[in-house]
Design a protein around this ligand. Structure first.
Ligand SMILES: NC(=O)c1ccc[n+]([C@@H]2O[C@H](COP(=O)([O-])OP(=O)(O)OC[C@H]3O[C@@H](n4cnc5c(N)ncnc54)[C@H](O)[C@@H]3O)[C@@H](O)[C@H]2O)c1
Length: 314
């Protein structure tokens, strides 16, 4: 049986990925430090079904901690899926940048040191569209300049650069996946769709930063998970955009959510936030060509699933 390590396993994407790996017949060790970026009860719920599976081991641990390497459960792995990070653009300014350097840069470097010593067949790094920054020409290609627009983007790019240099210097077989705004069941509570759906259901005011014309390439979580699985067969050292294939403005997405819920939102417009991008759109030709990545879930279908989940937790 193949063994996989999933970091950030109690998070939105990590929990879905671990479930899929178990279905594919992997033994999975999942690590999460339960960072307090959002409510712990949500993370505990995310791993509820994983904890019932005999092929799953959970470790509550921060990867950057010194005794990380010595844990007996971490003897060997075929592949590592590094999903752990301090997420979110808006919180990454000021003093909080320390948390981002620890969880996104230092933690990634420690994990790469660990992978360097082991015979890992693939090390897949969850990167982000935020590495591109506020680039003017769309869609973003992997060859477009990487000039982040937020401290969070800087930390994710630093992690990606570390991955590449451990590949070039030590042959760690890394693949970096630049995710574009992921949504679906378990989406983080700080993310727009989660806030929109929750606000409408609970009759709470929804804040929109800027005029709502900013566009995003939204990617359904199952498509992101599939990209991780496909990357197991990628040549090492590659970087791929993982997008949903189409973009939609925030305001149009809100209208669509209102239609699906049959209820209007109470909207409050706020100043644009520092670090937020105006538009994102992924060129996914490279991922199609090399790993045969094809996003399958359309926005309306994906939103219906997220709505069902949110109705179940609040
Ligand atoms: N959600 C998106 O739209 C999106 C877009 C681009 C990139 N990403 C990347 O995808 C990954 C997963 O994002 P998510 O939305 O699931 O976030 P999430 O916050 O739900 O999950 C991340 C998990 O990692 C854990 N964690 C953080 N630092 C850790 C550390 N040092 N050691 C152990 N655990 C740690 C957190 O407790 C959390 O449960 C992240 O790397 C993020 O940067 C996400």
């Amino acid at each position: 049986m193949k063994k996989a390590l999933v970091t950030g396993v109690a998070g939105f994407i990590g929990s879905h990925l671990a479930e899929r790996l178990l279905r594919e017949g992997f033994e999975v060790v999942g690590i999460d430090s339960f960072e307090d970026y959002y409510a712990r009860w949500i993370k505990e719920k995310n791993i509820e079904s994983l904890l019932k599976n005999k092929s799953f081991i959970f470790l509550k641990k921060n990867i950057s901690s010194d005794d990380f390497f010595n844990l007996p459960q971490l003897k060997s792995f075929d592949c590592i899926f590094h999903q752990a990070a301090q997420a979110g653009v808006r919180k990454s300014w000021g003093k909080d940048f320390e948390i981002y350097t620890k969880n996104n840069i230092l933690a990634t470097q420690k994990l790469l040191e660990y992978a360097k010593e082991k015979d890992v067949k693939k090390f897949i790094y969850a990167s982000s569209s935020s590495v591109y920054g506020d680039a003017k020409s769309l869609p973003f290609k992997e060859s477009s300049p990487a000039k982040p627009f937020s401290p969070y983007g800087v930390s994710k790019l630093a992690g990606e650069n570390l991955c590449y240099l451990y590949f070039r210097n030590f042959g760690v077989p890394v693949v970096s996946l630049r995710y574009f705004t992921v949504y679906g069941p378990r989406q983080r509570p700080d993310m727009a769709f989660h806030k929109f759906i929750r606000g409408i259901i609970l009759d709470e005011e929804i804040e929109i930063y800027g005029d709502g014309t900013q566009t995003r390439d939204f990617t359904y979580v199952d498509d992101v998970v599939e990209a991780n699985i496909l990357s197991l067969n990628s040549p090492p050292g590659e970087v791929f955009n993982i997008g949903g294939g189409e973009s939609i403005s925030l305001i149009d997405a809100l209208r669509l959510i209102e239609k699906l819920l049959g209820k209007k939102a109470k909207v409050k417009k706020r100043e644009p936030q520092k670090g937020d991008l105006q538009d994102t759109l992924a060129d996914i030709k490279k991922a199609k060509r090399i790993i045969n990545y094809k996003p399958k879930v359309k926005i309306e279908e994906g939103l219906e699933k997220e709505i069902l989940w949110i109705k179940g937790i609040y």
